[in-house]
Ligand binder design. Structure first.
Ligand code: ZN
Length: 154
């Protein structure tokens, strides 16, 4: 095979590869927009992560007007079995910048806490989750988790 044909083959291979790559990204929606309100509610109670998403992006918006110190929201992912343990540690004393909680290995992913009109982005690594287990997401502003809670489906 001469160099000319090798060059054409490589170009063909690259363009097919790029087409496949682009279509696999557009076919899978590896992100969700979720919002928290001044009514202390998330607008969804279930997040699904497709098996084909290695990374999953959660965009948290605060649809209300109240400031972060009055009606702050974050989104925290943990195993359902660890829910009681984690929420028992939630305390104002840990500060808003820490989501009112200490560093805990049970907390798999934690976003920044935001107030009305703000938004924040959290990237989840699918490898951290095991499809045999159950996971939940909550807001860890003190008192919010009872209402601001949902299931994560892997
Ligand atoms: Zn909240």
């Amino acid at each position: 095979m001469n160099l000319f044909f090798k060059g054409i083959l490589i170009k063909l291979f690259l363009s097919v590869f790029m087409l496949l790559n682009v279509s696999s990204i557009s076919a899978e929606d590896c992100k969700i927009v979720i919002s928290g309100s001044d009514m202390m509610k998330f607008d969804t109670n279930e997040i699904n992560i497709s098996k084909s998403c290695e990374k999953f992006v959660v965009i948290l918006k605060h649809s209300g007007n109240l400031p972060v110190n009055a009606m702050g929201h974050n989104i925290v992912f943990l195993e359902a079995d660890n829910l009681q343990k984690v929420v028992s540690k939630v305390n104002m004393a840990h500060g808003i910048q820490n989501g009112f909680m200490p560093e805990m290995e049970e907390v798999l992913f934690k976003s920044e806490m935001i107030g009305g009109g703000q938004e924040t982005t959290l990237e989840l690594d699918r490898k951290v989750f095991n499809s045999e287990k159950e996971y939940v997401f909550i807001c860890t502003f003190p008192g919010h988790f009872a209402l601001m809670k949902g299931k994560l489906k892997i």
